[in-house]
Design a protein around this ligand. Structure first.
Ligand SMILES: *[C@@H]1O[C@H](CO)[C@@H](O)[C@H](O)[C@H]1NC(C)=O
Ligand SMILES: *[C@@H]1O[C@H](CO)[C@@H](O)[C@H](O)[C@H]1NC(C)=O
Ligand SMILES: *[C@@H]1O[C@H](CO)[C@@H](O)[C@H](O)[C@H]1NC(C)=O
Ligand SMILES: *[C@@H]1O[C@H](CO)[C@@H](O)[C@H](O)[C@H]1NC(C)=O
Ligand SMILES: *[C@@H]1O[C@H](CO)[C@@H](O)[C@H](O)[C@H]1NC(C)=O
Ligand SMILES: *[C@@H]1O[C@H](CO)[C@@H](O)[C@H](O)[C@H]1NC(C)=O
Length: 526
């Protein structure tokens, strides 16, 4: 092939087209040279790449979050471990930063580097999903998408793991920073299923990590994986797919007084203060937004792993309290419960109860060229039960500003931890994931259906966090890296994502990647 021979000409042209601003700003001296050099180095090392300017490159770098676009210096698309090693060594030799991309759903576009000029190692061809029929241990490539993984595990002996419910999300980033979903309260985070991971480090070496092999690195990977290298293979324990799954939807429309009372009932339930207590099998969350008339809607939804009869007993204490408050919206389609098998439960978990309205024919199966996009700014918060002052602050802000938000929005507040959850049964220091002692994961999203995003949405969203924290004696609460907030300074990001685990993580980073090869604006050690 004459690719190498013709590239200097093509690249010179493409460079001018693609990087006119960059040329003037960040990389005025080094980039053109480095840019030629890395494309050549990948070729010489036998690493497949999507050449800048090609339709594949263009498709690769469209971010999930259209608000945050970055242009990598090159995109490697390896399909073997030696190719991953080759890509890393090219980057190291040329002083280029490297980021793995599994599914590309980073809220902060961190899989594109979170800034311009990085080498993206796109793992879309690392999609193996095989189950050992004797041990039931699954071997999964980091680029495999959750829907495909779920289908494949089910086909191989009706096995399953607990993970998120968006079928297109790549498993790599999902598992390496947590991996919450509709099964977390019952079965744990996806990272609690991980028993081994192979990773290519900054020196190009491939190492296996587990509780017994490189255990310190294995600890770091389970909560902060993207900071340490490129994981090329994951091994998971699996469970028999839960045969009975109840999906449930109970919508309420509340005024502020009702919402304040509703939140007390919710906290009492999730905090284990009711009789009977919230059982292990219950996974429950609120989805909150406002309707076109500005009414605030609270959708209580989730999944229960067990029979409908047991579910109704278990949800009873909460529904009884909410019934006293009123505001139940009987006329909303899909209200009530649906008993489903494991795969259907995963498929329909995103339907907001509107089963009869599920007409976009979404499937769990996700093709290689799958793309999904949104335009948004998100924040997260990891909390236990708020104090009365904290609940006041949260509900006050919601009612004061929710109906007049400058952008569309929705909030999801999921009870994944708490006294009867699986999550805190794993000791806080067993993995670098730092949020086991919290009960709730809050995801706060300001969004627009089409770009551009109005930055007033950022200004609107931030005070939800600051008001709650101020009311909670100015505490600094944790945040979840898989809902990365790019407006956090690196110091704040480190503290909030990893809390007291950050120091240990930084030490591990210094030992395996002292040159900060694997870097985004918020990685460990940056
Ligand atoms: C672009 O990607 C597709 C797979 O998504 C692949 O089949 C094709 O060969 C690629 N094209 C080039 C020019 O590399
Ligand atoms: C809120 O709704 C409840 C129940 O309908 C009603 O009794 C109460 O007066 C309302 N409060 C306000 C402030 O509108
Ligand atoms: C929320 O209410 C406001 C005020 O009525 C409205 O402009 C906005 O479109 C509503 N949001 C949604 C998502 O319908
Ligand atoms: C979904 O599939 C059904 C049956 O195959 C078809 O009638 C319907 O038009 C499809 N809906 C969309 C939105 O494609
Ligand atoms: C994805 O690939 C399939 C078949 O290979 C094709 O029919 C479809 O149009 C492609 N979709 C996109 C968005 O490129
Ligand atoms: C939180 O900090 C602010 C500003 O520093 C202070 O005015 C306020 O009293 C503090 N609140 C609490 C509850 O400690």
């Amino acid at each position: 092939m004459s690719l190498i021979a013709i590239q200097p000409i093509d690249i010179a042209n493409m460079f001018n087209l693609l990087f006119p601003l960059l040329l003037c700003v960040q990389f005025a001296h080094s980039l053109p040279q480095t840019y030629d050099a890395i494309v050549h180095c990948l070729d010489e090392s036998g690493v497949p790449q999507d050449y800048p300017g090609s339709s594949n490159f263009t498709a690769d770098i469209i971010p999930y979050n259209l608000r945050l676009n970055y242009t990598p210096i090159a995109v490697a698309v390896p399909s073997t471990v030696p190719q991953v090693q080759g890509a890393v060594l090219c980057a190291v030799n040329l002083g280029v930063k490297v980021n793995p991309k599994s599914g590309g759903h980073s809220y902060a576009s961190h899989s594109l580097g979170g800034e311009d000029g990085h080498l993206v190692v796109d793992l879309k061809y690392f999609t193996e999903t095989s189950v050992d029929p004797v041990t039931n241990i699954a071997t999964v490539g980091p680029g495999a998408r959750l829907g495909n993984v779920a289908l494949s595990l089910f086909e191989q002996g009706e096995r399953a793991m607990a993970h998120g419910i968006c079928p297109g999300v790549g498993i790599g980033g999902h598992v390496l920073h947590g991996g919450q979903g509709y099964g977390s309260h019952t079965y744990g985070l996806l990272l609690d299923f991980l028993i081994e991971a192979d990773i290519v480090l900054a020196d190009g070496s491939l190492v296996t990590t587990s509780e017994t092999q490189n255990p310190e690195l294995f600890w770091a990977l389970r909560g902060a994986g993207m900071s340490f290298g490129i994981v090329t293979s994951l091994k998971f324990r699996t469970i028999p797919a839960p045969p009975q799954n109840i999906l449930f939807y109970y919508p309420y429309s509340w005024n502020q007084t009702q919402a304040r009372a509703g939140w007390d009932a919710w906290q009492a339930y999730c905090g284990g203060e009711t009789t009977p207590v919230i059982p292990l099998e219950m996974n429950v969350r609120w989805v909150i937004n406002n309707d076109t008339e500005g009414r605030l809607l609270f959708l209580l939804e989730g999944a229960y792993h067990g029979s409908e009869e047991d579910f109704l007993d278990a949800i009873g204490p909460l529904l009884d309290e909410l019934a006293k408050i009123g505001g139940f919206e009987e006329d909303v389609r899909g209200v009530g419960t649906h008993e489903l098998g494991w795969l259907d439960a995963l498929l329909y978990a995103n339907s907001n109860g509107l089963f009869s309205n599920w007409d976009n024919n979404q499937t769990l199966e996700t093709p290689l060229n799958y793309t999904a996009h949104a335009t948004f700014f998100a924040k997260s918060l990891m909390t236990s039960n708020l104090s009365p002052a904290g609940v006041d602050a949260w509900i006050d802000r919601l009612y004061a500003t929710g109906p007049t938000s400058p952008t569309g929005w929705y909030f999801i507040i999921a009870a994944q931890g708490g006294p009867t959850s699986y999550v805190p049964t794993i000791p806080q220091d067993a993995t670098s994931y730092a949020h086991r002692s919290s009960i709730y994961e809050w995801q706060l999203v300001a969004q627009t259906t089409t770009p551009p995003f109005d930055d007033a949405g950022i200004t609107w969203l931030n005070p939800f966090i600051s008001d709650i924290e101020a009311a909670e004696s100015n505490v600094t609460l944790g945040m979840y890296y898989n809902y990365a907030d790019p407006t956090l300074s690196k110091e704040e990001a480190h503290e909030r994502y990893w809390l007291e685990h950050y120091g240990r993580l930084k030490g591990i980073k210094e030992s395996v990647d002292p040159g900060l090869v694997f870097l985004n604006p918020q990685t460990v050690g940056n």
